[in-house]
Ligand binder design. Sequence first.
Ligand code: VGL
Ligand code: ZN
Length: 210
Amino acid sequence: MRQVERARRALLIIDAQNDFMPFGALPVAEGDAVIEVANELAPRFDYVAASQDWHPAGHLSFASSHSGCVAGDMVDLVGAKQVLWVDHCIQDTPGASFHSGLEVSHIDAVVKKGTDHGIDSYSAFFDNNHARSTGLVDLLRKEGITEVYAVGLATDYCVLFTVLDARKLGFSVAVVSDGVRGVNLRAGDDLKALDQMRKAGSRIVTSEEV
Ligand code: VGL
Ligand code: ZN
């Protein structure tokens, strides 16, 4: 009998942390809606990896680290443009913890990002200047994963850059549209990000289509 080989699939749960929830320091509207989608999908995957934004206090992506700056300002960090944020996801604080509703027993690996004081890391794979890997790509390759699905926060930052890197690394990629939400510093940023991900060759699917 012939067997059809199915792709090995991983679910990537991006930054499902308290500080990005509606009650958190850097609130994403309806951010908590991604939790039940993640919980529902996770058991159906061969491998589940979750990322945590994990900044040291005084991180240079924080407006509070630049005198005279407020959240939303742009600065130059190691030659790249950087949006400044309110303090968020500081290592070992409650704001950096996963939302309490997230079913962590489904998670096979956690990768931390944004840990270097001077450089931000939107992608769960590499920091923003692509100098350092979080190790996620090695974990996925060791598991024989060829296809990744993304849920989490935020559509227009960390989900976007994770998905773009996943495509560059050669994975086939799907973004679960009802499992992501955007910061929307400008209205419509989330829709633009979905479009950008589609143009980079990722599929946009609903959780029912997974
Ligand atoms: C994020 C802004 C700053 C994200 C992280 O998880 O999308 N956004 N740090
Ligand atoms: Zn951050």
